[in-house]
Design a protein around this ligand. Sequence first.
Ligand code: TXA
Ligand code: MG
Length: 351
Amino acid sequence: MNTKMIITGTEGLTKEDFNSIRDIFKGGGLVAFPTETVYGLGADALNKDASEKIYSAKGRPSDNPLIVHIAKFEDLYAITKEVPDIALQMAKAFWPGPLTMIFRKNEKVPYSTTGGLDTVAVRMPDHKTALAVIEAAGGYVAAPSANTSGRPSPTLAKHVYEDMNGKIDAIIDGGEVGIGLESTILDLTGEIPMILRPGYITKKMIEAVIGPIAIDRAITDAADFKGKPKAPGMKYKHYAPKASLVIVEGNKEAVADRINLLTMEKQALGFGTGIICAEETQSLYGNGIIKCIGTRNKEETIARNLYAVLREFDELKVDYIYSESFYTPNMGNAIMNRLLKAAGHQVITVE
Ligand code: TXA
Ligand code: MG
């Protein structure tokens, strides 16, 4: 398949591009597009055959449900059985934005979109092009992150191109995304609202609007939890770099000493090594490929660069990567959720 590249400027989609995207969706095709979190791989969410194609393009397990993206709040009513009051409060506070909410679905939403579940995840992205894409599709776009299953989510159109060229109809290049980590997922179908995936919108921000909520134990006890995460996608070994990734945490000098030691040991054995660190501590490292991921006092820089750095290390073919930890004040939980997964929970604590 020939994948068409569409580049948007500050004006967003041209009329001509809008029409060609509308035609692709009408024909049941797939279009990758930017959002404020990560790039999404979109299909008409109400077209069973179209959303099925997403699974094969990504190599995604068929029990892993997709998020339905909408552009207008009232469209939520057409695909759900009930919209609880707290959803209204949450939408008012955070939509459009990096928040996905889970509802009971109605018969309009095919099971291929929800991975066989009777619930549906819905999000209204805060991104001009994404909203135009949703309009072009007729209001409902099923879109997982636009990466091959198991690779880091794309934060640049070139990441989408690497994974999807030849497999989908079009890629819309809208430049680098703003946030760089996927949306916070909040389940509203249980007794108490529950975070199933941490993101830019934190527990504290949500509780300021709707009061106490829970976090899925699959996130809080991730290293030891043996049960089933409530978001099926959270059980897969996501974001796994090709190299073995180990996180070293503790005071910054001790962390640097240990990482330098580990790096030298591996290099002596002939392995390629990489280091992921913050700008503040970069000068403490001297060996192997050192990648500065961002600045600790601007945590959004760390969130935005994480996936790109993991992809860069894949290209560099290093065997071992050592990373500092990044428990920053707001997005720290989301950043570390992804980084710990990428590391398969290999953590060394030093004094
Ligand atoms: O920021 C985002 O959410 C991005 C952009 C493109 O919007 N999308 C995204 O989609 O991250 P994806 O497919 O990579 O992750 C969706 C997650 C998966 O872990 C999936 O299991 C979970 O949401 N999910 C979807 N529907 C669900 C449902 N009905 N119940 C529980 N979990 C659900
Ligand atoms: Mg994903």
